[in-house]
Ligand binder design. Structure first.
Ligand code: PFF
Length: 462
C-alpha cells in the first residue's frame, strides 16, 4: 500500500526546489511594500537580523525533522517529537490549504498582467490608460478571476502530480535559473536609471529614528512567510533529502538566496519609482498599488526598454509564485499520501480540487457576488481573501512556528538534533551549541512576541 517515497535526485535539485518555495510573492510583492511603509534602511537591517537569528535556526529545525523521519508534516512531528505533536503538523497542513486558496488568486493577477503587457508591447500602450482603473476592473470581474486562478491551480496540480523528481524538482531546475537571469537583467537596467542612487540610499542607509516598534514585529512576521516556515513546508521538503546532504549548508544557501532576491526585487522596484518625479507620493497605500498599478504604468511611460522589461517582470512574478504554490500543495498532498495511503495522482487531484473550492471564494472576494458578503468576518476586510490572509499571517504561521521551535529545542533530545545537524557533512563554521541556544531561547521569545502583539496590541501582519 505504501508506495516508495520520492527523493531529490541531487543536492542542487533540493536546494533549488526549497529556494523556489521560499522565493515567491512574499519577496516580490510583500517585502518591497513593507520596506516602503517602514521607511527602508533600519527596517531592512532589522529584517536581516530576524532572518539570521530566527529564520535560519527554524529552517534547520524543520529540515532536520523532515530528514530524520522521512515523513510529511504530521507523521514527522509525531515520530520525531511525540504522539500528540501530529496536531502541530495538522495545523501546518491546514495552513497550507488556506494559504494556497488565496495565494493562487494573486498569482493569477501576474498572468493577467503578463498578457496585458505583451499586448501593450506589441500594440502600444493606450494613451488614456489608467492602470488604477484597470486593476479595479480586473479584480471585480468574476469570470476573469475564476479563469486566472483556475489556470494557476491547474498548473500547480500538474507539477505536483508528477511527484518530487519528475514534477517539483524538474520545474525548479528549469524555472529558477530563468528567474535569476530575468532578475539580473532587470537589476542591471534598474541600476542604470536616474532613481537608482536614491533607491539604494532608501533601502540600505539605516535611520533608526524612522523605525517604529511595529516595524520590528513586521520584519519578524515576514521572515516566516518569506522562508516558508511555520507550516511544515520545509519539513515536507526535508523528508525527501537523503543523509549525505548537509542540512546546515542547504539552509544557509536557501536563506541567503531568498534574502538576496527580496533585496534585488526591492532595488529594482524602487529604482523605477524614484526615477519618476512625484511618483513616491502616488505609490503609497497598498501592496497591490506598487506591483500592479504603479509599475505597469511606469514600464510603458518612463522606463528605458520598459516595453521589454514589463512582460519579463510579470513572467518573473508568475514563475516565483508557481514554485511556491507547488510547495504549498505538496504539504497537503504529501500528508494525504503518507497518512491516508492514497496514491499520489489521486491525492494531488483531490487536494487541488478541494483547495480550489476555497479559491473560488478568494477569487470572488473583490466582486459583488452577494453570497460573499456573508464571508466578511473581520471588519473592513473583504471576503475570504483577506480573512484567510489575516488568519494565516497573524495566527497560523506564528503559532505553528512557535510549536516547531519548542518541539526541536525542548522536546527533541540533544542527541537527536545533533545527529542531524552536527554530522560530518556540516560545514566548519557551524556551531551546534549556538543553534541550540537560538532554537531554545531566541526563536521562541521572538515568535512569542509576535503572538503577544497580535493578541494584546492588535497588530495586524496581513
Ligand atoms: N515563501 C513564500 C513567499 O515568500 O511568497 C510563501 C510561502 C510558500 C509560505 C510556501 C509558505 C509555504 F509553505
Amino acid at each position: 500500500m505504501t508506495e516508495q517515497r520520492g527523493n531529490w535526485t541531487s543536492n542542487a535539485g533540493f536546494i533549488l526546489a526549497a529556494t523556489g518555495s521560499a522565493i515567491g510573492l512574499g519577496n516580490l510583492w510583500k517585502f518591497p511594500f513593507i520596506t516602503w511603509e517602514n521607511n527602508g534602511g533600519a527596517f531592512v537591517l532589522v529584517y536581516l537580523v530576524c532572518i539570521a537569528a530566527v529564520g535560519l535556526p527554524i529552517m534547520m529545525a524543520e529540515l532536520l525533522i523532515g530528514r530524520k523521519t522521512q515523513k510529511s508534516a504530521v507523521g514527522a512531528l509525531r515520530e520525531a517529537v511525540g504522539p500528540g505533536w501530529g496536531i502541530v503538523g495538522g495545523w501546518g497542513v491546514l495552513c497550507g490549504f488556506i494559504l494556497l486558496s488565496y495565494y493562487t488568486v494573486i498569482a493569477g493577477w501576474s498572468l493577467f498582467y503578463f498578457s496585458k503587457t505583451i499586448g501593450w508591447t506589441v500594440g502600444g500602450f493606450p494613451a488614456d490608460m489608467q492602470t488604477g482603473d484597470l486593476f479595479g476592473t480586473q479584480v471585480s470581474n468574476a469570470g476573469l478571476q475564476l479563469t486566472l486562478s483556475l489556470g494557476f491551480s491547474i498548473a500547480t496540480v500538474a507539477v505536483v502530480y508528477f511527484g518530487v523528481q519528475k514534477g517539483i524538482e524538474r520545474i525548479a531546475k528549469l524555472f529558477l535559473p530563468i528567474l535569476f537571469a530575468i532578475l539580473v537583467l532587470l537589476l542591471v537596467s534598474a541600476l542604470g536609471m536616474s532613481g537608482s542612487g536614491e533607491a539604494l540610499g532608501f533601502i540600505f542607509r539605516p535611520s533608526f529614528s524612522e523605525l517604529e516598534p511595529g516595524g520590528v514585529l513586521e520584519a519578524l512576521g515576514h521572515s516566516f512567510f518569506t522562508l516558508s516556515l511555520g507550516m511544515g513546508a520545509m519539513i515536507t521538503y526535508g523528508s525527501y533529502i537523503d543523509r549525505s546532504q548537509s542540512i546546515v549548508k542547504a539552509s544557509a544557501v536557501i536563506v541567503v538566496l531568498d534574502t538576496l532576491i527580496a533585496l534585488v526585487a526591492t532595488v529594482i522596484m524602487f529604482s523605477v519609482i524614484f526615477s519618476v518625479p512625484g511618483m513616491e507620493e502616488q505609490v503609497g497605500g497598498s501592496t497591490v498599488g506598487m506591483l500592479f498599478i504603479s509599475l505597469p504604468q511606469l514600464f510603458y511611460t518612463e522606463v528605458p526598454f520598459g516595453t521589454l522589461l514589463g512582460p519579463l517582470f510579470y513572467v518573473l512574478v508568475a514563475l516565483a509564485a508557481l514554485t511556491s504554490t507547488i510547495s504549498l500543495l505538496e504539504v497537503v498532498a504529501a500528508y494525504v499520501i503518507d497518512e491516508h495511503g492514497i496514491e499520489r495522482h489521486k491525492a494531488t487531484i483531490l487536494c487541488g480540487s478541494a483547495i480550489f473550492v476555497f479559491t473560488i471564494f478568494a477569487a470572488l472576494s473583490f466582486s459583488d457576488v452577494p453570497l460573499l458578503a456573508t464571508m466578511e468576518l473581520f471588519e473592513g476586510k473583504i471576503g475570504w481573501f483577506s480573512t484567510a490572509d489575516h488568519f494565516v499571517s497573524n495566527w497560523m504561521l506564528p503559532t505553528g512556528g512557535l510549536a516547531i521551535t519548542i518541539a526541536a529545542g525542548w522536546f527533541m533530545t540533544r542527541e537527536a538534533t545533533a545527529a542531524e545537524l552536527a554530522d560530518e557533512t556540516a560545514p566548519g563554521w557551524f556551531n551546534y551549541g549556538f543553534w541550540r541556544f537560538f532554537i531554545r531561547f531566541v526563536s521562541p521569545l521572538a515568535v512569542g512576541a509576535i503572538i503577544i502583539a497580535v493578541l494584546f496590541f492588535g497588530v495586524d501582519f496581513s
